[in-house]
Ligand binder design. Structure first.
Ligand SMILES: [Zn+2]
Length: 72
């Protein structure tokens, strides 16, 4: 049990870092609402572009924006 917990605690930061790096390298993902049928001009989630910012990227944008607004 302790071994499993240690393994989990060592893996979690690595996975998080990999996800952050992946988000930084490719911040735009395909839109989940209109991805199966290709681009949908009337899709409101992505404004018809078929591309959507990833959750991690949205979180980063939100955090950097709130930090900028807070320090101003
Ligand atoms: Zn879409």
């Amino acid at each position: 049990m302790t071994l499993l917990l240690t393994l989990l605690l060592t893996c979690l930061p690595i996975v998080t870092l990999c996800y952050i790096a992946w988000c930084a390298a490719n911040p735009w993902g395909t839109c989940l609402r209109c991805a199966p049928g290709g681009h949908n001009r009337t899709c409101r989630a992505c404004n018809g572009t078929g591309m959507r910012p990833r959750i991690g990227w949205q979180l980063w944008t939100y955090l950097s924006r709130s930090h900028r607004d807070g320090t101003r």
